[in-house]
Design a protein around this ligand. Structure first.
Ligand SMILES: [Fe+2]
Ligand SMILES: [Fe+2]
Length: 264
């Protein structure tokens, strides 16, 4: 009979402490126990504990804001069939909500087409989930629910942000000189994405996102999501089952946003 003893204290730490365990669904806790036993079976209890320490400390840049308790300290209870507005009000981090709302409000005040307003509203929401290559992830997250031009624009806005367009009124962001260094050359895949987008008929879909994006950093309180209710209703295909439960190609991403503490 193999030794199936669990290091209780180490497991508690790994799962976020006793209070986090208290709100874990039974199935999630069972999964966590099973995973722990699998680790022990593969590496032995000592190695398993080393791995636990690493899990707590070595978080790479792929982790989005929802996983950082200093940015999103509390996960509010979500409705059974959550909508995009529910995510804005109850789940997304304050910095992403503020940035996206300010970008979209600029588009609205400028009288831009609803498609551009909607694109700006959702262009960075995926940063809650993941930061690296956020435009590609962001496009995948929204693709089942929006016009394909919105998805295309969101996918290309990251590459376009590295390239000025004087005619469109877009300058290279000063912020990037700080983040990437003043002699930064975007990687080849960014260069390729840009050159493909530059000659594309939908170029302005992405360029408008980058223009509106610069207004997303304006200091001051964020606009209210409720002023976008009608635009969302006309430009977002809300699934009847709720985001995360409609079996779409990105439903798993919405479920992760709903429950970022699920161990597996
Ligand atoms: Fe972005
Ligand atoms: Fe942005």
């Amino acid at each position: 009979m193999p030794d199936l003893t669990i290091n209780r204290r180490a497991l508690l730490t790994k799962l976020g402490g006793a209070s986090a365990i208290a709100i874990l669904p039974a199935e999630a806790l069972a999964d966590a126990l099973e995973h722990e036993l699998m680790d022990q079976a593969a590496y032995g209890p000592e190695c398993s504990e080393i791995d636990i320490i690493k899990v707590g400390r070595d978080v790479r840049r792929g982790a989005g804001q929802i996983f950082d308790k200093t940015i999103v300290p509390k996960l509010y209870k979500m409705p059974e069939r959550p909508t995009l507005i529910d995510f804005f009000k109850l789940r997304f981090s304050e910095p992403t909500v503020s940035h996206c709302l300010k970008s979209a409000a600029h588009a609205l005040n400028e009288g831009q087409p609803e498609r551009n307003i909607m694109a700006s509203l959702v262009h960075d929401i995926v940063i809650n989930l993941i930061k690296t290559d956020h435009a590609w992830w962001g496009a995948d997250l929204i693709a089942p629910y929006v016009d394909e031009r919105i998805t295309w624009g969101v996918r290309h806005h990251q590459a376009l942000r590295f390239y000025a367009d004087a005619e469109a009124g877009y300058e290279y962001p000063e912020l990037y000189r700080c983040v990437f260094g003043k002699d930064f050359e975007p990687e080849p895949y960014i260069q390729n994405a840009y050159s493909q987008a530059r000659g594309h008929q939908w170029y302005m879909e992405a360029r408008m996102i980058t223009l509106n994006d610069t207004y997303g950093f304006t200091p001051g309180p964020a606009p209210d999501i409720d002023q976008f209710t009608d635009i969302i209703a006309r430009n977002w295909r809300q699934p009847e089952q709720g985001l995360g439960f409609d079996d779409s190609a990105s439903a798993h991403m919405w479920r992760t946003l709903l429950n970022p503490e699920r161990p597996l």
